[in-house]
Design a protein around this ligand. Structure first.
Ligand code: GLP
Length: 270
């Protein structure tokens, strides 16, 4: 696993956006062979989305032949609810770039048969040729997408009950009222994410320091689903300094040292 340590959230967001844009450009996607991108919601990726929008507006990267699959969606709130992940994605990203709406896939949390919806979602990813790059964030308890602690590391797309921790954390988007936060979500599984050719996880802020420490130094465990990234042949975490607060000094210096000569992805965009 690579661990890239950036000074702060702005640099982390730029790094993730430039890496993603460089991957899309390298793939040289076409209508017949699009680039398939897995996408997250949450506050962690917001800066990355802003940077990708800017790169798109400057003509550095196009999303015309990019197919997207979002990680997760709440169950039981209307699609047009301001806090649905559908609204989040359109407001924070899709409306601002040249993506073809037919290429956007987001789980339907109001589908009459959630099991069928999840199975169809997995099938669509396969038909698209699999995900080339899955982007993500993590919860303070080490969850990834809505794979809460205790989620099988072999899990596929399915409905999940949210934990009290996640409901409380996400209540900040629902007037700080935990009772307004949906109790269930549909989410890709841990194994669905690990199927991607590459996985890039953004981790920022002191509140994620314990989760990052587990992700990098902990043993693989269903109680910290992010640790499954250690099993991926091309897993990358990009973190800011604040998120590194719980790493051993030696671990911190180790990753700083082995990454110091690696090209910053923006150099690939020039
Ligand atoms: C939610 C999302 C996750 C996200 C996590 C952290 O539970 N389902 O995909 O990684 O929150 O969110 P944030 O980035 O806002 O801290």
């Amino acid at each position: 696993m690579r661990l890239i340590i950036e000074p702060d959230y702005d640099h982390l967001s730029k790094w993730a956006a430039h890496y993603t844009a460089a991957k899309i450009r390298q793939a040289n996607p076409t209508a017949e062979k699009p680039f398939v991108l897995g996408l997250p919601t949450g506050s962690s990726p917001l800066g990355m989305y802003r940077n990708l929008i800017e790169l798109n507006k400057r003509g550095v990267v196009s999303f015309q032949y990019v197919v997207t699959f979002n990680m997760d969606e709440y169950v039981g709130i209307p699609q047009g609810h301001p806090e649905s992940y559908y609204s989040f994605m359109w407001n924070n990203f899709f409306f601002h770039v040249d993506i073809n709406p037919d290429n956007v896939h987001i789980l339907d949390g109001n589908a009459p048969d959630l099991e069928a919806e999840c199975a169809a979602y997995e099938a669509k990813m396969k038909v698209a040729g699999g995900v080339d790059l899955f982007l993500g964030g993590i919860g303070a308890d080490g969850h990834i997408a809505f794979n809460e602690p205790g989620s099988s590391l072999a899990s596929r797309t399915r409905a999940k009950t949210l934990t009290a921790d996640t409901i409380i954390a996400n209540s900040r988007f629902f007037n700080n009222d935990a009772s307004q936060v949906p109790k269930t979500a549909v989410t890709v599984g841990v194994a669905t994410i690990l199927d991607a050719k590459e996985v890039l996880i953004m981790v920022n802020g002191h509140s994620k320091a314990r989760a990052l420490q587990q992700a990098v130094e902990g043993a693989v465990s269903q109680m910290q689903p992010i640790t499954a990234l250690q099993l991926h042949p091309k897993g990358i975490i990009v973190a800011d300094e604040a998120a590194c607060a719980e790493l051993k000094v030696g671990t911190y210096h180790y990753f700083k040292d082995i990454e110091k000569d690696n090209l910053c992805p923006d150099s690939l965009l020039k």
